[in-house]
Design a protein around this ligand. Sequence first.
Ligand code: R2B
Ligand code: URA
Length: 304
Amino acid sequence: MEGKESKEEPPTKRAKSAAEGEVVIHPPAEHLSWHNLGLTHLTFSDYEKVKYVCLMGTPARAKEFSGRVGKLLSVTPLAVNNAERYAVFLTGPVLTASHGVGNPSLSVLLHDLAKLLRYSGAKASFIRLGTCGGVGVPAGTVVVSTKVVNEYGESVLDVPSCGESHKRPTLVCQELTQALVAASLPSEDSTETFNVTTGTTMCCNGFYEEQGRMDGAICEITKEKQQAYLRSLFDQGVRNIEMESTALTAFCHHLGIPCAVVCTVLLNRLEGDEVSDKFNSNPTGDCQQLVLRLIQNKLRAEQA
Ligand code: R2B
Ligand code: URA
């Protein structure tokens, strides 16, 4: 691991949110701790130029993606933490991190990354590149989320704190979302097209019962009930189901950070529960390609 410590102090002033103007990042800079992130590279000025934070489930995918960013931008990826819980790579203006499974795991990472970037003076957009179950959408499709809902169909995340409920809206950034969709169209650079669809993403706090599956160790539903449920989701505009989008969108919206969610469908849930091995070698390949194109388009537009 290439890590270096520096004597550089983080700025002590608390930063204001880009969108709200009032929300501050806690804690004050003098109380920074990297217990969960395991940060080893503490040169804050190196993070200042980060413009995109790309989040994905596994360390292997994060490493692969950072390598692809490195090739695109001719920069060598730098491993910036101990990778015990999350694997984080800095590749020029792109910070790539693995987030594990589910909202709680992603939430811990988001707090640490937001602090790191705010104290470094960076202004970045966050994008999750994930896998999901499709709802009436075939395996291999890339779903760009236009709306994110919880298991009850609400666009909110309930964050309990000190025994009280904090309900936060789960909103994606429309501009970033549209830019992702636009990146899927053929351009001067590439005639490659992606099988992209847009729709509502349902985020669940579990993989089995919470997603209406019948292949978990506990199953208390009938096939009829499952099918009626999944079909009603489709009728409400839900096109995919995964496990992290409410944490991402609620957190980012609260802090005024632009964010988007793009996922590869592993299976059509109207046809079954079991995930096939078909996409296991590179499940998020098309998502990665799409986000690389978005980054290329955006950086080019900034330079023009
Ligand atoms: C999709 O796939 C993972 C579970 O297998 C989870 O992280 C998600 O959102
Ligand atoms: N990830 C999920 O959360 N659900 C699926 O069905 C597939 C991947």
